[in-house]
Design a protein around this ligand. Sequence first.
Ligand code: MG
Ligand code: MG
Length: 281
Amino acid sequence: MLGRDRTQYKTPDQIRLMRRAGLVVADALDAVLAAVRPGATTRELDDVAHDVIRSAGAVPSFLKYGHPPYPSTTCISVNDEVVHGIPGDRALEAGDIVSVDCGAILAGWHGDSAFSVIVPADGEDPSRAGSDADRDLVETTRQAMWRGIRAIAAGARLNAIGGAIEDFVDERFGLVEEYGGHGIGTEMHQDPHVLNYRTREAGRRMRSGLCLAIEPMLTAGDPETRVLPDHWTVATVDGSRAAHWEHTAALHDGGLWVLTARDGGEAGLAELGLTFAPLAD
Ligand code: MG
Ligand code: MG
């Protein structure tokens, strides 16, 4: 159902279908995370995601997307790369920040999700990997994403999302403004565009059936970015490191369900005092 505001509002049954696509993306990203280690190439990680998506009977949504056609299943962005990094021969090193973004289509419905992680040295506790500053960057980005998700609420204005993200991100970090979240459903990118910062314009009121991908991008330095000559990779201009987290969430009459989180958003929302709301089968 297309609203007058060009937003595709989903029925509960459509949201259930999007949950199935979301779980395929969750499976793919879990498998990639398990394969992150020093020496692994970003192409090897991409192959892992591709295999999971294909064996689930789903289709990688990034492959052949856009112009020039995107060549891979995932975007893998390392260190100063923010988003849209193309997998290739680059071998990961301990201490690298690696951001993996993945989308899949199942039965015509999309899921879209991303995580950032610091590559642990062999045998190292992943939670202790990298520098304090890099761990802070990755964790702050993750928490900013959850704050953006929590701001999705019936009756609230769309710019509550960007406001919640901007309020949470302090001046130690750069908040990238050129890219943002988006509506998602039978296309990966739908109306509305979701800014990661507060604007004067309040935006439409959010209502049941709205499905959004929320995806803040933070940098350790200046947030200005540039696109590399490969036409896709977005990197910081000043060379500072970056992190990116994303989940696809659905607002329905019962509340909020995070479709690409394996637990439906239960833990992430509970940290912020909100009870997640899965739809019963
Ligand atoms: Mg994405
Ligand atoms: Mg997205």
